[in-house]
Design a protein around this ligand. Structure first.
Ligand code: CBY
Length: 430
């Protein structure tokens, strides 16, 4: 081929490389793959992954292009069995959205399940129920804005039914639902940015019809949410370690923050530090951070794209070190606080016990004051009631976990208690 013919080809090649490089401006380099292997092996812990809760793990596996066919198959089967077992009305909107994203990510046979079971149409219905609940219950959805954001994101990616006017009306960043317990929820804001970015792109490429003013409004919302996420910068993290993966995704698609190499390194260093400390040991925690570390976002879920193999090989996983604990007992104070009235008890438990062990020990001593109920979530047990007083989404009430008067960033099943600590479960509003 003569040189004059080669030049346009080289230009075309360079041009086609530019957008992908822009998107992948903050990706873990090969020398740091050991951190990723730790996350991948955390996601492999099948005992901790029940039924439909495997959706987040499957989604992450597929986005990160981890080729582990037997795990994928097992997760997919568990989700399908669980869905066939339970009534569709038992699924929350966000759970259904995550299942669609997981089944629809990359070209894979699960896509048929989405169509055969009309999952996208059902999600559209569930989104409507969320809106209806807000109309009846003082602006409070059935679930929360984290899930509503997943709903819009999924309906947008899979061309389901949602109205632009609902999006512009309800996703105003000043809406109270972006705050949990008086603070901006980075996790929620980040998924909302992804959803709004998808909607904005659908408007500009003509997939959905909207007035110019709606498109401008959505752009303003995105900018405001990105600003709020950046205001929650905490060292290299955004919010805390668990919200950082989704915050990174939002910043990838809606800001030029990671075009700056030092911003990227700062986040990666903070995340690596947390990985080494075992912060992402839960499969769900690992699943929520992994895609961003490979430069992927939930917007990359695309029915027509195949998923080539990840550059991270998973054959030589290191065995995570389990710290040895001394066998002694430790003592803590545990209080149940309702409207400024506290009931406290001294509890002795084995070293290495978690908050939930303390609650169980207290319940055995006095079930009237310390009796509680819980439900399973991918993050471990969620406390639903104490003394027969139930958390209620319509009233934005819940049971908050605290240690030495500070709100905890882990749930009851994972927070390891320390000797002399003052633990509290408080009736609170978010
Ligand atoms: N998932 C959801 O719907 C959950 C969305 C989420 C924003 C989620 C955090 C974010 C995520 N990345 O998954 C969320 N939590 C919400 C919405 C809520 C509220 C739930 C009620 C509702 N309206 O749906 C509520 C009540 C405000 C809440 N979380 C409470 C709690 C506390 C639970 C205490 C209890 N009663 O058991 C607790 C422990 C905070 C406290 N100190 O009391 C809590 N949440 C924590 C710590 C967390 C983080 C978990 C981290 C961990 N390692 O365990 C969290 C990741 C998460 C799960 N909550 Co909420 C936030 C964070 O720290 N970054 C979708 C669905 C399909 O699965």
């Amino acid at each position: 081929m003569r040189q004059s013919h080669q030049l346009p080809l080289v230009g075309l090649l360079l041009f086609s490389l530019i957008p992908s490089q822009l998107c992948q401006s903050c990706v873990v380099s090969e020398k740091d793959y050991s951190h990723l292997r730790l996350l991948i092996s955390a996601m492999d812990n099948l005992e901790q992954i029940r039924g439909i809760y495997g959706a987040s793990i499957l989604l992450s596996q597929r986005l990160a292009r981890i080729q582990n066919p037997s795990l994928e198959e097992e997760l997919s089967q568990r989700i399908q069995d669980d869905m066939n077992r339970r009534d569709m009305s038992n699924l929350t909107s966000g759970q259904l959205a995550l299942i669609i994203l997981a089944f629809g990510a990359c070209k894979n046979p699960d896509v048929r399940f989405i169509h055969d079971h009309h999952l996208v149409e059902k999600l559209g219905e569930k989104f409507k129920e969320e809106i209806k609940n807000m109309e009846i219950h003082n602006g409070n959805p059935l679930t929360n804005y984290y899930q509503l954001s997943f709903d819009v994101l999924t309906l947008c990616l899979f061309r389901g039914n949602y109205s632009i006017s609902n999006v512009t009306h309800y996703f105003n960043p000043e809406n109270k639902n972006f705050n949990l317990s008086g603070h901006f929820s980075v996790d929620t804001g980040a998924v909302a940015v992804l959803a709004l970015t998808c909607v904005k792109r659908s408007i500009s490429n003509g997939k959905i019809k909207a007035a110019i003013k709606d498109s401008d409004t959505i752009q303003k919302y995105i900018e405001s949410l990105v600003h709020k996420i950046q205001s929650e910068k905490n060292g290299g993290l955004f919010g805390n370690a668990y919200s950082t993966g989704e915050a990174m995704q939002a910043l990838f698609v809606a800001s030029d923050y990671y075009q700056n190499e030092s911003n990227c390194q700062e986040t990666l260093d903070a995340v690596f530090n947390n990985i080494s400390q075992g912060v992402f040991r839960l499969p769900i925690a690992a699943a929520q951070i992994l895609p961003a570390l490979l430069g992927k976002t939930y917007l990359d879920v695309n029915k027509t794209a195949t998923c080539p193999q990840s550059p991270v090989n998973i054959t030589d996983e290191p065995v995570p070190v389990v710290p040895t604990l001394s066998p002694e007992n430790i003592s803590v104070i545990y209080c149940v606080k309702i409207n400024e009235i506290s009931n406290c008890i001294n509890i002795t438990v084995k070293n290495g016990s978690v908050f939930l062990d303390v609650m169980k020990a207290a319940q055995e001593k006095n079930s009237t004051i310390y009796g509680f109920t819980m439900t399973e979530t991918p993050w471990g047990p969620y406390i639903t009631s104490v003394q027969g007083i139930w958390a209620n989404n319509n009233e934005r009430t819940y049971w908050e976990l605290l240690s030495n008067n500070k709100s905890l960033s882990q749930g009851a099943g994972n927070y390891v208690v320390k000797n002399g600590e003052h633990l509290e479960i408080r009736w609170a509003t978010y």
